[in-house]
Write a protein that binds this ligand. Sequence first.
Ligand SMILES: Cc1cc2nc3c(=O)[nH]c(=O)nc-3n(C[C@H](O)[C@H](O)[C@H](O)COP(=O)(O)OP(=O)(O)OC[C@H]3O[C@@H](n4cnc5c(N)ncnc54)[C@H](O)[C@@H]3O)c2cc1C
Length: 456
Amino acid sequence: MPSAPNPHADNASGPLRVAIIGAGITGVNLALGLQARGVNYTIYERAPGFREIGAGIGFSPNAERAMGLLDPGVLAAFKTVANPNGEDYFQWVDGHGTDELMFRLHVGKDGFQGCRRSDVLEEWARLIPAKRVKFGRQIDGLGEGRDGVIIMKFADGSREEADVVVGCDGIRSRVRQLMLGEQHPAAHPHYTNRFCFRALVPMGQARAAIGEYKTSTRFMYNGPGAHAITYPVGGNSVLNVMAAITDPNPWSEKQHTASGSKSEALAAFGDWHPTVRAIIDLLPDTMDKWAIFDMAEHPADSYVKGAVCVAGDAAHAAGPHLGAGGGMGIEDALALSALLEAVDKVVEEGKKSRAEAIATALVTYNTIRYARTQWVVQATRAACDLFQWRNPEVGSNAAKFGEEITWRFHKIWDYDVRGMVDEGAALFAAKIGDGQKGVILDAKVLGVKLDNTQGE
Ligand SMILES: Cc1cc2nc3c(=O)[nH]c(=O)nc-3n(C[C@H](O)[C@H](O)[C@H](O)COP(=O)(O)OP(=O)(O)OC[C@H]3O[C@@H](n4cnc5c(N)ncnc54)[C@H](O)[C@@H]3O)c2cc1C
C-alpha cells in the first residue's frame, strides 16, 4: 500500500540546506553547532581561506558555556589555545594619576581567558571538513526562487541555492544591506568617535618595560578620554595591547582602518602615568589605527526577513569595550543551531512544510536574541564612558565605577545560555504544535522578495 501523501512535503525533499555567509567567529561556531546536530550546511566566505587579524580576543564565561553547548569540541578547541590569566580577576587601574588598583572583579575559575584570534580560528577550522566551505565567494545578491528557495548571487557571477541564509558577514554585512535595503539607516554601522591601536608585543619586551606582574594577567588602565587593556596570549609569548582613544572628529576614511603612528598614540596618553606611557611605547612605530564603529544609533528592527537572517556582528555589532561581541555571536550560533535542528525534525515528521518551519524558527531566533544583544550594544558604549571617566555621575570615583561595571559584566557573564535554548525550543514547539498562523503570516509580511530572480 502506498503511504498517504505528506501534505507538507512541498519543498521538503533532500536535506535542509543552510547557507552560512562568512567564516568568522559567528559563522564557524554556527557551522560547528549545525554539524554536531547533523544539520546540513555550507559556508560561503569571501576570503581565500580562514583568516583573522593579528590581535588577541578574550572569551567571557557565557561565551564558554555557549561553546560547550554548541559542541564540547568547540570549547575544548578554544581551551587548547587559551592563555591562563595570572589571577582570576579583571583588574582596573588608575592609568592616569596613580597606577593604583581602582577595582577588581572575579571572573570565575579560569574565566575570561585570552588567545590569539588566529590560533582559535585555526583550531575551530580544523573541525570543519573542507567540502563544507567555499572560499572566494563574496555574496552580492539574494533572490527568491521556486517554493521559497533562496538564490544567492556572488560577486564572481556564480549562483547557489539554499533553504535558509544566515549572514555572519560582520559589521559591514552585505546580507543586512540586502535585507533592509542599502538606504536604510541600519544597513550601515556608525562611527562611535573612538579609534584604537592594537598590537601583539613580544613578552620579553613587555616584561622589561612593565614587569612580570603587570604582564601576567588581565589589566585595564582607565583615564580621561582614553583607556588601554593588556593581557597575555600565545602561551604567554606575547602581550595583547589595545589602546582606545576618544576622537571628536568624524571618521573620513572609506575603510575602518587608517595608517597611524606610535607618536599619535603617545600624544593621546601624553600626561598619563609612566606605566601606561611605557605600554604605549611598546607599540610599533607605524601601525593601523582602527575606527570603532557600532550599530547603537540605528539598530535593525529585526534580524530576520523570511528565510534570511543575520547573526553576530552582522546583526548587532558593538564596540570592543566589554569584550562581549564574539560571545554574542557564539550565543546566536547556539540559538540558531538548536532551532534549525528542530526544523529538520518537524519537517521529517511531516508536521509542517519546510518553509513554514524555517519561518517559525527564524522568528523564534529573533525573539530570543534581540533584547539581550541590543542591550550589549548600548551597554558597551556606557562601559567605554566609565573606563574613560566620561560618565558625569561616576568620573574617576573607584567605588562608583566598581558598582557600575559589576552589574553590566555580570549581566553578560551570568546569562542562562541553556535557558535560552530551552526557551527557543518551547516557543518553536508551541508555534509549530498548535497550528498558530501568526508566525507564518509574519513571515509572509517579511517575505524575502529581494529581486526578480524567480525561477531562474
Ligand atoms: C578591538 C576589538 C577587540 C575586541 N575584543 C573582543 C573580546 O575580547 N571578546 C569578544 O567576545 N569580542 C571582542 N570583540 C568583538 C569581536 O571581535 C566581534 O564581535 C567578532 O569578531 C564578530 O565575529 P563575526 O564572525 O560576527 O564577524 P567577523 O569577524 O567580521 O567575520 C565576518 C566574516 O564574513 C566574511 N565576509 C564579509 N563580507 C562577506 C561577503 N559579502 N560574502 C562572504 N563573506 C563575507 C569576512 O571575510 C569574515 O570572515 C572585539 C572587537 C574589536 C574591534
